[in-house]
Design a protein around this ligand. Structure first.
Ligand code: HEC
Length: 198
């Protein structure tokens, strides 16, 4: 009598030898940076899932962006950090307007090296924007804001205030681009029939 177990076994053996099984087995997950593993522990399951689904390249990019900033907040939120950044921007404007190169350079470097909010940047983004496509713009935003701030500091160090002044608009262009994509108009009222006119 035919052994009923034999047929599936032969079938499996055949699939393995043909390489079919290997092709269907998902590739081993890319190693997640240790700091990111630690970070996602503080996230809700929904946010953790979104972050873990990001490409290994984007995960590495985000951790590199974090690593470029030495100051870590204990309790400060992204919105609070943003208000700090705005204060630094105003500080730079004040310095440029009064030909104070040292103040301009210091404030610009503080802006570039802003605090990283509690939990990192990611948990403050909308869940539906935590994906490879939307977050891929982050390095460009970073270059516009922080790269220009560092250039401003260098120009101020060199005593070239007209050049320092020219970077103010590059910085703000980066702020605006990121807000258009990830924030929108702050403080929209839930109690108005037409909360925003645009
Ligand atoms: C990486 C993207 C990004 C960049 C770059 C960025 N912001 Fe923001 N900003 C945000 C997000 C997201 C929020 C909303 C945070 C929240 O409400 O949790 C925000 C909020 C703010 C707020 C708070 C508004 C409120 O609701 O009280 C201010 C002020 C602000 N940003 C200023 C700036 C300035 C000034 C710059 C440039 C020097 C800048 N931001 C650059 C993403 C960005």
């Amino acid at each position: 009598m035919k052994n009923p177990l034999l047929t599936p076994l032969v079938l499996v053996a055949g699939l393995v030898s043909s390489g079919w099984v290997a092709a269907q087995t998902p590739p081993a997950a890319a190693p997640v940076p240790a700091e990111m593993q630690q970070m996602v522990k503080a996230f809700t399951p929904e946010m953790r899932q979104k972050v873990m689904a990001l490409s290994p390249e984007l995960k590495a990019t985000i951790m590199k962006l974090h690593a470029g900033h030495q100051r870590r907040a204990k309790e400060t939120t992204l919105r609070q950090v943003m208000h700090e950044i705005l204060s630094e921007y105003q500080n730079i404007a004040s310095a440029v307007a009064t030909d104070n190169a040292e103040q301009a350079a210091d404030a610009a470097r503080r802006l570039a090296n802003h605090r990283i909010p509690k939990g990192g940047l990611l948990p403050y983004f909308k869940l539906n924007q935590v994906n490879n496509e939307d977050l891929s713009v982050l390095p460009a935003m970073n270059t516009a804001v922080e790269g220009s701030a560092l250039k401003l500091a260098e120009a101020a160090d060199a005593g070239d205030m007209p050049r320092a002044a020219s970077y103010m608009s590059d910085i703000m262009t980066g702020c605006v681009a990121c807000h258009q994509k990830f924030r929108g108009v702050p403080g929209i009222s839930a109690n108005l029939m037409t909360p925003v006119s645009k």
